[in-house]
Write a protein that binds this ligand. Sequence first.
Ligand SMILES: [Zn+2]
Length: 259
Amino acid sequence: MLRVRIDPDANRGVGVAFTDRRGGSSQGTLSELNLGRVELDRPEHLVANVAALRHELGVEGIALVHQVHGVRVLEVDQELATASGGFGDRTILDEAPDAEHPMPAADAMVSRLPGVALAIRVADCLPVMLADPAAGVIGAAHAGRAGLLGGVLPAVVARMRAAGAADILAWIGPHICGSCYEVPQAMAEEVWASHPATRATTSWGTPSLDLGAAALDQLAGLGVTAVGLDPCTRENPDLFSHRRDPGSGRLAGLVWIKG
Ligand SMILES: [Zn+2]
């Protein structure tokens, strides 16, 4: 269920985790621990998956956003928690187009709220978890190509600093690597020019983007100490990958302050 888990008791009260695809209820290409694709999966499987993950992490709730490849940062506070019914396991169904209480659209979150994990759902994009454990401020961002180039990382870091964070650490979860993320030549050249750290070539010799390297470069420039975690989603069958399988489910990166 968890590819990586940093226990809050070993990290000054802040937990960090990244899921793999094992240990859930979903079937077929979504098997097993799909945490997104509300349009494809069965509601009872999604709710069971969130419940299993919440239990595994030992948190009271999991805050989710409807990710749109933008740069909006949502503040997760007590007011939002109350309005969202405590981020219970059924919150994941609020992403359905006909949901009564639609999930807020955003690609990053900041929080000082203990016991609630911030979750970013991905299948090749970068889940970036951030924290200043001493200040009790956490953040999370969905950084795919559009979000990364659009500035979602500076946006979430600025909001964390406004909330009192000073020394910020970051963990970049499993994502598609520079040897796999093929893009058209013209796009590659445009991105390489504006973000030189992205320059890469696929293992089959075509232009590609290394978004992980670009994120590490951006975070270093923001004064954030970051680590990039392997492996590549496309190359690892235990992880969901949109490029390998467009019908795949979604993994999650999670960060939380111990309740
Ligand atoms: Zn790869």
